[in-house]
Structures are given as C-alpha cells and as structure tokens.
Design a protein around this ligand. Structure first.
Ligand code: NAD
Length: 457
C-alpha cells in the first residue's frame, strides 16, 4: 500500500532538511531529467492529451510539451544568475556596510494543476520549484485522467523520489493534501476552489499563488489589419476548443465594423477547421459532458451567427459566434471557457475601457488596432494580468514576462525568473563593519545626535 499523504509530505520535508536541494548541480540534474522525460515519452504524452481533450500533436507540442521544454531550457540557462546574491545599495546611515538579497528555497511546496493544459500547467510550476531548490508534491487534475496517470507513472522514474511526489485524485484526496503543512501552494483552476485552497493555506499561514481565470476581453478597432486580426483571434479562441484561461472571452467592436469582423472570423474558422469542424483532427473536444451541458445552456435565447452544434457522444461543440448577447445572461456573467465567442458592438470603440472596468479584472486583455492613442487609452485606463496588442495568447511565449492575474483573476505570478522568485524567499542580508561605530543612534539622546542622524538619512 502506498504511503499516506501525510507520510509522503513528512518524507519530502525530511529530505528537504538534508539540504541536498540547495546544490545547484542537483537542481540542474532534476531539470535535465524532466527534459529527458518529455523527450523520451513525447508520443505517450501526445496520446494522453488526445484521449483527454482530443488535442492534435501540433497543439500539444506548441502549448504543452514544447512549451515546457522551453521553460526548462530557459531555467537551466539562467539558474546560476537567478540563484546568485543580488547586490543592493546601502544607505549612509548603515555605512560602512554591504547589503544584498540572497534567494533561498522555501522548502516543501504543493502544486495543484488544472485539466485544460494538464501537462504543462502542472509541470511548468514544478520547473520553477525545482530551479528554486524546493521539494514538491504535485496534484494533477482528475478531470484529465489519462494525463494524470501518465504523469504519476513517469515522474517517479525520472525525478528524485525523495524530493518529488505525485498524488492523484479528486476532492477527497485534494482536501487531505490541503490539510498538510506546505511552505507555498501554487494552484491553477477556478475561483471557487481557489478560495478553498486559500482558506486551507491560512491554517498554516502558507503563502499562495492562485492562477485563476475570468472573462478576458478582446477589443477590435476598425483600423486593425482585418485578415491578421481574424486569424489571431480564431487561433487564440479556438485552440483547445476555447478551454484556455487566456482565451478571448468576448469581443468588443464598433457597431459599424461588427459585421465585417464577424464575417472575417467565420472565414478563418472555415479555413482552419473546414466546413464541418467535427471532422477536423485539429479541433479539440470538450473535457466532459458536464462542461458540454454548461456551454450548451449559455446559448439559450441568444442570436447565433454561426455554430451552436453539439454532439454529446463526441463531447463536441462547434465554433460558435453570438451576436450582441444579453449582458445579464450567464454567457456574459460567467467565464465561458469553451468555443463560444460573443461579439458585442459599441457605438464607439473608445467606450471599451469603461465596459471592461465595470467587470472583474481579467487575466488577459487583447487589443487589435493601429492607433497609438487607443493603445495608450486602453493600457492606461484598464487593469489586467497581461495585455497583448495585435495578437492573442502569443505573450505566453515570452518567459521574460510574468504570468499571473490581478484581482479576481488571481494573485502571484510565475514563468522564467518570476517562477524562480515565487518559489524562493528573497532573504535580505546586511553586513556591517565594526571598525567604525559612532554613537549618534545610541542613548542617551541629545539634540546634537538628532541633528547628525537627520543629516545621515
Ligand atoms: P479543475 O476542475 O481541474 O480544478 C483544479 C484543481 O482543483 C484540480 O486539481 C482539482 O482536483 C482541484 N479541486 C477541485 N475541487 C476541489 C475541492 N473542492 N477542494 C480542493 N481541490 C479541488 O479545474 P477548473 O477549476 O475547472 O479549471 C478551470 C478554471 O481554471 C477556469 O476558471 C480557468 O480560467 C482557470 N485556469 C487558469 C489558468 C491560469 O494559468 N491562470 C490556467 C488554466 C485554467
């Protein structure tokens, strides 16, 4: 029988206390092993992702395997620099002296993944945790069972089992995991469970990174390059059948331009997925029947420009465009997280920031325009986890940019050094010399000492 969850966490902690994970060579070895795992089992990973979500190999490589490999290579390249002491200046009052920031591992951390990119959303945070020198327990999503089982089989074959463990399971197991004491928790998923995670973490005063979702707007101005804009919107929205946290949730467009844009999107959809996307090997399926029913319910009493076709046995919903939905309908009040794109027309595109600001802060915001004035207006007057101008999810390809939400779309960040820092304590260190120690700061105080102190500040 496998060890209980509590015993697994204790055993990880014991290993962490040996200080083995502080060694940069050990970390590099683990990262290389993870890379090897993705290389040696590429086909099996594709197969599991296809079984869970119907992903094509191209999509699986781009957004899961290749993406993770880039993250590992980037971490290997920069690990030495990231882990070095970062020099700071020292004020006059503390001279002679030196100051620096010394990153140190947090300890034993927990990573909880989501089902939509079940491979990389679990393992990219693990790359950061390894790079920063932590032990980790990872919990894949039970809603993508094939990828979960594959990770549970492969990870122990490649990584040091004393430092890393996988717990599979659903609510019962995750609840048990969350009772344990971790030094950090990174959770990816929806808002409701995010609150459960944060509540459980508060029992141990454990800091959390919450990678949540929300309704990411896509503003399209009539001066955009229509052909490229339509292609990039369709790529971002219908990759993984819209089950992407940073997919455009809805489009805001000027009334006079709405028909032209809708037509261009429909043309691109046909170009990408054919006249019947059900038969396209590049179009994904919906994760399960519950989510399919949820998505189907969004279409009640809406005006469809295209799509709306559902085939339950295939977990299929066709790419769907909705024209000017009721803003108080569930379609516009909940995160869609599926292949439905509402097109909302505004009298003037300059109203877009106000529309966005009336709602929760999104994870991502997209703007297609050639106008610098509009770009500045949107950047200055809205808040979002990330913004991409003239493209969709492409910003995710840059490991130099932090990835995370703001407000209801999440807290904290990772990717590249941002992930390393999330899983590190940035320890402040000051070292003073003792050869010079004048008494201005020591009692008994007098006016002259105060005058000197003020001068030194
Ligand atoms: P999910 O159902 O896979 O749940 C996420 C994790 O929480 C799973 O590991 C699951 O086992 C666990 N969980 C579920 N119920 C629980 C409970 N009661 N107690 C403890 N743990 C529990 O994923 P989901 O929530 O359906 O994911 C979709 C949401 O995730 C969307 O809102 C999406 O935008 C967001 N998301 C965000 C990101 C990001 O990086 N910011 C990425 C992907 C998805």
């Amino acid at each position: 029988m496998s060890a209980s969850i509590a015993q697994q966490v204790q055993s990880l902690r014991r290993f962490y206390n040996t200080a083995a994970t502080r060694d940069l060579d050990w970390r590099r070895q683990q990262l290389r092993q993870l890379l090897r795992m993705t290389e040696n089992h590429e086909k099996e990973i594709y197969h599991a992702l296809h079984q869970d979500l119907g992903k094509s190999e191209q999509e699986s490589w781009l957004a899961e395997v290749g993406y993770l490999q880039d993250e590992i290579r980037h971490s290997l390249k920069h690990l030495k620099k990231w882990s070095q002491a970062r020099t700071s200046s020292t004020p006059l009052i503390a001279q002679p002296g030196r100051s620096w920031i010394q990153p140190e591992p947090l300890g034993t951390v927990l990573i909880i993944g989501a089902w939509n990119y079940p491979f990389q959303l679990l393992l990219a945070p693990l790359v950061a945790a390894i790079a920063a020198g932590n032990c980790a327990l990872v919990k894949p999503s039970e809603l993508s069972p094939n990828t979960s089982a594959l990770i549970a089989t492969l990870l122990p074959q490649y990584l040091d089992q004393q430092a890393f463990a996988v717990v599979e399971g659903a609510v019962e197991e995750t609840t048990e995991v969350l009772k344990q004491h971790f030094d950090h928790i990174l959770y990816t998923g929806g808002e409701a469970v995010g609150k459960i995670v944060m509540r459980a973490a508060s029992e141990h005063l454990t800091p959390v990174t919450l990678e949540l979702g929300g309704k990411s707007p896509c503003i399209v101005a009539s001066d955009c390059d229509l052909e490229v804009t339509a292609a990039r919107i369709v790529w971002s929205k219908w990759m993984n059948a819209g089950q992407t946290c940073v997919a455009p949730d809805y489009v805001l467009v000027e009334k006079a331009f709405a028909d032209q844009l809708s037509q261009a999107i429909q043309n691109k959809l046909e170009q990408f997925y054919g006249s019947d996307p059900k038969h396209s090997p590049d179009y994904c399926k919906i994760i399960n029947k519950r989510h399919l029913a949820r998505l189907q319910s969004y279409l009640q009493e809406q005006t469809l420009l295209c799509g709306g076709e559902v085939e339950e046995t295939l977990h299929y919903m066709s790419p769907t465009l909705v024209k000017d939905p009721d803003l108080n309908s569930p379609l516009m009040e909940e995160e869609i997280f599926g292949p439905i794109l509402p097109i909302i027309s505004l009298e003037n595109i300059s109203e877009a920031p106000e529309f966005i600001n009336q709602r929760a802060k999104p994870l991502a915001l997209y703007l297609f325009t050639q106008s610098k004035t509009l770009e500045q207006n949107v950047l200055e007057n809205t808040s979002a986890g990330s913004v991409c101008v003239n493209d969709g999810m492409m910003f995710m390809a840059n490991p130099e940019l932090p990835f995370g939400g703001v407000g209801n779309s999440g807290m904290g960040r990772y990717h590249g050094q941002w992930g390393f820092d999330t899983f590190s304590h940035l320890k402040a260190v000051m070292k003073r010399s003792t050869w010079f120690d004048i008494n201005w700061r020591y009692p008994p105080f007098n006016a002259k000492k105060l005058k000197w102190l003020k001068m030194l500040k």
